[in-house]
Design a protein around this ligand. Structure first.
Ligand code: ATP
Ligand code: MG
Length: 548
């Protein structure tokens, strides 16, 4: 059990909230979900599942400037894809009237005032953690005036940025969040995705989040550590209208997920998308849920990763290698092996009869019968990797060279290279070899050992495929800690595209099908792939090539 599960179990034992467990996942619909959010999702939904409670989805939609229904839809889709089920779907905007009424009550009780200073002036008066702030000249205006001005703000009679509503708490409080935090601001420039033009004032996070939790009956409001300093304010606002001893939600915090060689901020991801530095939110290099999916990550692997890293109260950084390890572990067991030749050169088997062809039957995964077999056409002309032939090989090179060494064609025959042909530029265009008809894999002669096995694809039936070799998005380990702009830190080699020759069996591959291209890595069929234009995305290399 993680430390929050222990708290929940204790609460249950003590009969808190009559044994009711209710959590929520509260995304702001201003971007797509990323793997950091998945950590929160696994916690919020996980608690509800484990303890027989309910987890609701609540869109924290209090800033119409940045929010959109496109994001609402993608968030719901991603959560379902991950395999979680919410109870209800709520929106902070459902509570705009209640929150407004509460603000009026605060004003009437002398707990809030309309400030006419600019954001800069307010910031200047904030003080520092060791120095008290200064009172606003508008702090003590009469209740009636505050009421009238706040109503004018909502009526659309005041320009954006000209006034805000602030809580009147304590400008000297050592917790900066208590120094008369802003409760409401004016936004008239953008319609709200659900309430349209009804509201001209919108509540700030601190004035909306705890109350929304309370209105819904949340018992455990779980978030990340940066909210620890907000917790006293969360409690303060609730204390103003909920009598002591009655039900109230409680906030708990765990450490955020940060991963090396990437950024975990919607704002930065939006910039990458808008500036065309990636192909979209679902670019396979993005740490978004849709990006990971397109990269070939499965919900199981992503959830296994979150399980592995666990929850603590200390911030840290997780090695991207661990995420890659998790998907490798899963695909190792289930991705069929196939041949794909990335840098093809022609191989002619001179003693194999012309116009003859045969079918090699190969295990999808060597030695795992349950995963089935596939047919590989074989004939006199094949494609092999350019690097598997060397005209002049030293004694450590065990693959093809005209020096007479025997090499096995994977799942097929043993061959020996005899010669090669070059073009005017000196580039090898064809390798010639002879084969031993008695050496076919699966027959008695198939047991003969060679020092090397190479991959091949029959040239008559081979298909061309676009293969996108993705790598880490950033060139530096922690882009967020770097003083340079994060866009200057992108890995220039994060995408290379090759046209490969692949086995004809891949003709029927469908988006989201996984394969291991032998010796190359794990690949997934891209969403845009068709039988006429096959596209594969590299999910992960076979090994961690980056380990120091
Ligand atoms: P970002 O910083 O990427 O904009 P955010 O915190 O503003 O993210 P929200 O939509 O407000 O995004 O987050 C919804 C929930 O997801 C919150 O409870 C938040 O604590 C959690 N969350 C966001 N990022 C992470 C992360 N990196 N690790 C764990 N939880 C996260
Ligand atoms: Mg947020």
């Amino acid at each position: 059990m993680n430390f929050i599960e222990e708290i929940v179990e204790k609460d249950l034992q003590e009969g808190k909230n009559d044994g009711r467990i209710q959590t929520r996942f509260p995304p702001e619909p201003n971007g797509y979900l990323h793997i950091g959010h998945v950590k929160a999702i696994c916690m919020d939904f996980g608690i509800a599942e484990r303890f027989g409670g309910v987890c609701n989805l609540r869109f924290d939609d209090t800033n119409p400037v940045k929010e959109d229904t496109e994001y609402v839809d993608s968030i719901m889709h991603d959560i379902e894809w991950l395999g979680f089920h919410w109870g209800n779907v709520y929106y902070a905007s459902d509570y705009f009237q209640q929150l407004y009424d509460l603000a009026i009550r605060f004003i009437k009780e002398g707990k809030a005032y309309v400030d006419e200073q600019s954001a800069e002036q307010i910031a200047q008066q904030k003080g520092t953690p060791t120095q008290p702030g200064q009172d606003s000249p508008f702090r003590n205006r009469p209740v009636e005036e505050n009421l009238r001005l706040f109503e004018m703000m909502q009526a659309g009679e005041i320009e954006d940025g000209r006034m805000v509503l602030r809580a009147k708490i304590d400008m000297a409080n050592p917790n900066m969040h208590f120094r008369d935090p802003i409760m409401y601001r004016i936004i008239t420039t953008h319609p709200h995705h659900r309430t349209g033009r009804k509201w001209n004032v919108y509540p700030m996070y601190d004035f909306a989040h705890g109350q929304s939790d309370y209105f819904e009956g949340v018992t455990h409001s779980i978030c990340t550590l940066e909210f620890v300093v907000h917790r006293p304010l969360y409690d303060y606002f609730i204390d103003q209208f909920v009598p002591q001893g009655e039900y109230r939600p409680h906030q708990y915090e765990f450490n955020r997920l940060n991963i090396t060689y990437t950024v975990m901020s919607k704002r930065k991801m939006l910039q990458l998308v808008k500036e065309g530095l990636v192909a979209g939110w679902d670019d396979p290099r993005m740490p978004t849920v849709c990006g990971l999916r397109r990269r070939g990550y499965t919900p199981e692997a992503i959830r296994a990763f979150i399980d592995k890293i666990g929850y603590t109260k200390v911030e840290g950084m997780i090695d991207l290698g661990l995420l890659e390890h998790t998907i490798r572990e899963e695909l190792k067991e289930k991705a069929p092996r196939v041949c794909a030749i990335f840098d093809p050169v022609r191989l002619v088997i001179t003693n194999y009869p012309e116009n003859e062809h045969e079918t090699i039957v190969a295990d999808n995964i060597d030695g795992i019968e349950a995963l089935g077999k596939r047919n590989m056409p074989f004939s006199r002309e094949l494609w092999i990797e350019r690097q598997d032939f060397k005209e002049e090989a030293d004694k450590n090179f065990y693959r093809l060279s005209p020096m007479g060494r025997e090499v096995r064609l994977k799942n097929a025959y043993i061959i020996q290279a005899t010669d090669c042909e070059k073009n005017a530029q000196g580039e090898i265009t064809t390798v010639y070899a002879t084969y031993d008809p008695e050496s076919k894999s699966g027959t008695e002669g198939g047991n003969r050992k060679t020092k090397a096995t190479i991959n091949w694809v029959d040239s008559v039936s081979a298909l061309d495929a676009e293969v996108r070799l993705y790598d880490r998005l950033f060139a530096v380990e922690n882009p967020s800690a770097d003083e340079r702009d994060f866009r200057e830190l992108l890995n220039p080699d994060s995408l290379k595209v090759v046209t490969a020759k692949v086995e004809s069996a891949l003709k029927t591959a469908k988006p989201q099908d996984h394969f291991q291209f032998l010796k190359q890595g794990y690949f997934v069929v891209d969403d845009d792939s068709t039988a006429e234009h096959l596209i594969f995305n590299r999910t992960a290399s076979l090994k961690d090539n980056w380990q120091k």
